[in-house]
Design a protein around this ligand. Sequence first.
Ligand SMILES: [Zn+2]
Length: 308
Amino acid sequence: MKNARTPFAFAAAFAGCVALIIGGCNSDGTADNSILKGLEGFGDAGKGLASGLRVHGAFHKSQEQFSSLDEYHVGRAAAAQIIQQYGLYTDDAANRYVNLVGKTLAEFSMMPEVYSGYHFHILNSDEVNAFAAPGAFIFITRGLLRAAETEDELAAILAHEIGHIQNQHALAAIKKSRNEAFVGVLATEGAKTATGEYGAQVGDVLGGMTSDVLATLKNGYSREQESQADNDGVGILRRTGYDPAAMVSVLSKMEKRLKPGSKDFSSTHPKTADRIASIKSAAGGTAQPASPPRQARFDAALRAARAQ
Ligand SMILES: [Zn+2]
């Protein structure tokens, strides 16, 4: 289902997705804090900012022919494998809340519009980890939810993952040879129809692309890509009205939960101290204390998910 970007209607193709009600936006482009104080409030002024910010990632030449529908197909297949490996945490309140925070952030990203919208899922795993698959499928583990102690810190983690999406880092993991094969198959077989159905050969190539993406999600992005996601995440937090310094505070808290040598965030991301050093001037040093209403809704929605 295409994201229609009406003021409060968003695609809900997967479990855990909810309608998003977007708040106001100041004339200087920064978000009005009232969005976050009461996620119930809505207005459509924020739409203009988001729609004006769409950017395109740097692709191989052949990737220019890779449509958002293709990206969705690859991402959905990768997401299915991640879900199979980790298992979903299906608590409704927690999923609604994570989606509401995540989709609000996505509105203030450089890529608010994606085929089928953004999907945020909680993985039922103690591992401290998060993934961003193509097609805007974003995963956060319960282990990582426990590291976040405020809504702003949860937002910081999600904003980092949205940073990977808006820079199309996962798509960049697809081998050039596969892109060329994809274009070749499309050209010679006419296998792709206007309705987005694929022939067997296109399916094979997309399957190979999914393997490339999963390998990269497992092994981690480059240092430059991680730094870009951190920096972009700080910008998304600021525009949405969250405390950018929450990016620094949550990184420190995550560091304490990582087990050296384990297959988690520490194995796929650069050293925390380096990450903090490179964003500290942009993010600011000390996170603000959470407002009581914001903390109350964080605690209420995630109490069970964050329990050991
Ligand atoms: Zn990352």
